[in-house]
Design a protein around this ligand. Structure first.
Ligand SMILES: Nc1ncnc2c1ncn2[C@@H]1O[C@H](COP(=O)(O)OP(=O)(O)OP(=O)(O)O)[C@@H](O)[C@H]1O
Length: 762
């Protein structure tokens, strides 16, 4: 055994880490150079990462202050620090930096600010929302729902995080009623005007500082001799670029992740970086930890087989240590709504027997009917991650417009939101004329008088009849007779939420009861039920990193999971493809320790469930008859192919060659810009060069003098001597040829720090 390995073994013994398996040991003892550690679910990646951090300090003598560990959320950084302290003590733990990448960016920006540069203020969520709301009103000529605002914010965030330019943004095919590039530009202009930046601008600004201010980059490269990144599969393109800049000098970069568990494509996660790690970091080591300490062999084997269908991944041999358990169960139900009844019943049993059960699903909508039933029966439960968007989307708000007009036939707002959805072919001026005419009659009747269209009176009578019906019948009338379903179809919005609403309305005697019921449910969702309970309802996203003894996967059928992006109202942004859907299902499966059940809805095809039951260990116990399973599989495949064909308009996770190489090759030129100070007159602060991409780069000096740089200008630099400007790069950087070498110089910093001056030129 080498001396180094003897030290490592002693370290393990001393800190009670003897249980580390051989792959974990290799990872924990690989301390130098670029390393990518791929960790299957339940493989003890946090244990390994913490062991390695401890070994760096206590075995290799690295100063704790020289190590930066980044992870995804503030909660995760706190948990990691605590686990480090629990094992290695406070003295060392409190000297280590555990940060989110945004907090690292904040530090970089703060240093830049301390050097006398102007920095925009962080916008509140409300301020950013207000900016996109105004843009939507201008571009779409209508009012956005909260779901629209969320979608627009996600699109803008994607553009920045993926470092997309105009061509890439337009090719991405974001689902918006107007150009995503226009939205992005208008947003940045409005934020500039208000001197604000958002969370993603923090990344953009830090990135720009690192590439344009060599002193700052150097300071952080000197400071952080070792960089560790957890949950690397969730890191975005721009975050990877920032990490690469910080780690460039020492090359001691340790990234831990699993491309198979990358489920944040909609937030611009970039798992392809893990696939191309060696390309970016020549000589890098790729290590694996493949033992799953969490689940039974049945769950480990079935999930490993399932994820092997994906192409954009590295092969891993995940294996378990817990031995055999129960077979994965197919739970048959007659229809989707029957499923919710069954789940509520399971919640009751979980309470009565005090036995834990967790239900996981793709979309928050799945939980609503179950929560509703549990609340009615007073059964305790814990709900995680419900964003309440159901109540903010077009389907719910649209139905409520119908209900409002039925309850008050003279409700102007409801009428103006509805008149064009009723198939009456009336113009806005006519609707407005009806609203302004003095009359006590229902607005639809007035519209009939204004337009001479008798259909208006017929509709008015149908609206009046809604009040005499049970709520569920009224909702069906809105859907079919008042043709709301047709309207939604024409807008390419799915109608599944109408089914959910009808299910929720079943026990409501009237529309008035229904309204009160929905308000109560909305409040319950908003407040959340977070106290621990045996019965847990959670989206798979919210269950990431967690584990449960008994798990049921709900709403697993084609169109819902994998989602059909053209049949859902859920905002879908960016990379949502079948491989990402499979990863999400895989994350769901691997949350289970002891048992896993998958609900099979009769009459619905499910490629995912078919795969698990048809070719997994439990193939013979498939709940579907063979013939129907294979025919439904064909349908599912056709559906998926159709979907994939349509989706090919968007960038896909495994379609990386298209734009990432170009981005990397073009380097920094495509980088988005952070808000620049609107005008020098508004502040006496210094600023770095203007990033206009024009034939001149301007710099405002400490003394508020404007210095202009053009190609051909001669400069004198304190370190590099005399040189000639040979290129004005888009991001404000000058490429200058000095006697010995060419350099990229940020003129703002160089001029203001007294390092460089212009000696001749126009
Ligand atoms: N070598 C090992 N031998 C036995 N149990 C282990 C080993 N490594 C990890 N475990 C156990 O596996 C479980 C998960 O470990 P840990 O908390 O470190 O992983 P994680 O990072 O939270 O999870 P994941 O691997 O899913 O990302 C823990 O209960 C831990 O004790």
């Amino acid at each position: 055994m080498s001396e180094i390995m003897m030290i490592f073994e002693k370290f393990l013994q001393h800190y009670r880490l003897n249980h580390l398996d051989p792959q974990q040991r290799t990872a924990a003892s690989t301390t130098d150079g670029p390393v990518l550690l791929l960790a299957v679910p339940g493989s003890g990646k946090t244990t390994t990462l913490i062991a390695r951090l401890g070994y760096l300090v206590l075995g290799c003598g690295v100063r704790p202050e020289d190590i930066l560990t980044m992870t995804y959320t503030v909660a995760a950084t706190q948990e990691m620090r605590q686990r480090f302290i629990d094992r290695f003590g406070k003295d060392v733990g409190n000297r280590m930096e555990f940060r989110t990448i945004n907090s690292v960016c904040y530090k970089i920006i703060a240093l830049y600010g301390q050097m006398g540069n102007w920095i925009p203020r962080m916008a509140t969520e409300g301020e950013s929302d207000a900016v996109v709301r105004d843009i939507y009103k201008t571009l779409a000529q209508s009012y956005p729902t909260d779901a629209d605002i969320k979608t627009m914010r996600m699109v803008i965030s994607n553009i920045k995080n993926r470092m997309m330019d105009k061509v890439q943004t337009e090719a991405a095919g974001f689902d918006l009623p107007f150009s995503a590039w226009t939205l992005y530009n208008d947003y940045q202009a409005a934020m500039n005007e208000r001197q604000l930046m958002d969370f993603d601008d923090q990344l953009v600004m830090a990135y720009q500082i690192l590439i344009s201010e060599p002193q700052i980059l150097n300071a952080y490269q000197e400071k952080y001799k070792h960089i560790c990144v957890d949950e690397a599969q969730d890191t975005s393109k721009i975050q990877h670029e920032i990490i690469a800049l910080l780690a460039q000098k020492n090359r001691n970069l340790f990234m831990v992740g699993d491309e198979d568990q990358s489920i944040y494509g909609f937030r611009a996660a970039c798992p392809q970086e893990l696939m191309e790690f060696e390309k970016k970091w020549p000589g890098a080591k790729i290590l694996l930890i493949e033992t799953n300490y969490r689940s039974t062999d049945e769950i480990v084997d079935a999930s490993a087989k399932f994820i092997r269908q994906n192409k954009a991944r590295r092969d891993k041999k995940m294996h378990g240590v817990n031995g055999h358990g129960e077979a994965i169960r197919a739970i048959p139900v007659a229809n989707r709504l029957e499923q919710y009844r069954l789940l509520a019943g399971m919640g009751q049993t979980a309470m009565e027997t005090n036995s834990p059960l967790t239900v996981l699903y793709r979309n928050n909508d799945s939980a609503l009917p179950v929560i509703d039933a549990l609340e009615k029966r007073g059964i305790p439960y814990q709900a995680k991650g419900n964003d309440g968007l159901f109540f903010k989307g077009r389907v719910y708000l649209g139905v409520m417009d119908f209900v409002r007009l039925a309850l008050n036939p003279r409700d102007k707002d409801a009428f103006m939101s509805l008149y064009y959805k009723l198939g009456l072919f009336v113009r806005r001026q006519q609707a407005q004329a009806a609203v302004s005419r003095y009359s006590k009659k229902p607005l639809l009747d007035v519209l009939g008088e204004v337009t001479g269209n008798d259909k208006c009176h017929d509709l008015s009578r149908i609206f009046a009849s809604l009040l005499t019906m049970k709520a569920v019948d009224a909702l069906k009338t809105i859907r079919y007779q008042l043709k709301f379903a047709d309207y939604l179809k024409s807008c390419k919005v799915g109608t599944a939420r109408l089914d959910t609403l009808e299910f929720l309305a079943q026990e409501d005697a009237s529309l008035t009861d229904f309204v009160t019921h929905m308000e109560r449910l909305q409040k319950i969702i908003r407040d959340g039920r977070k106290e621990p309970a045996s019965f847990v309802l959670s989206t798979i996203h919210s269950a990431k990193g967690l584990e449960y003894d008994h798990v049921i996967l709900a709403d697993v059928y084609d169109g819902e999971f994998p989602v059909d992006p053209y049949q859902t109202e859920t905002p879908l942004v960016g990379e949502t493809d079948l491989e990402e859907e499979r990863r999400l299902f895989y994350v769901g499966m691997t949350r289970a320790r002891k048992t896993l059940g998958i609900i099979r809805v009769a009459g619905q095809t499910s490629d995912f469930a078919d795969f698990v039951f048809g070719t997994g260990n439990q193939g013979k116990k498939n709940s579907q008859p063979k013939a129907s399973a294979s025919s439904s599989k064909t349908v599912a495949r056709e559906k998926t192919q159709k979907w994939q064909k349509e989706k090919s308009r968007r960038p896909r996770d495994n379609d990386w060659s298209k734009w990432d190489d170009a981005l990397w090759d073009e380097g920094h030129n495509n980088a988005p810009q952070w808000p620049v100070r609107p005008s020098a007159a508004q502040s006496s602060a210094k600023r770095i060069s203007s990033f206009s991409g024009s034939s001149v780069h301007q710099v405002t000096s400490n003394f508020d003098e404007t210095v202009e740089f053009r190609v051909g200008d001669k400069v004198k630099h304190a370190v590099f001597g005399e040189g000639t400007v040979v290129e004005l790069m888009k991001n404000g950087i000058l490429r200058i040829r000095f006697a010995k070498e060419e350099k990229k110089i940020a003129p703002g910093y160089a001029v203001n720090a007294g390092l460089m001056k212009k000696i001749s030129g126009s």
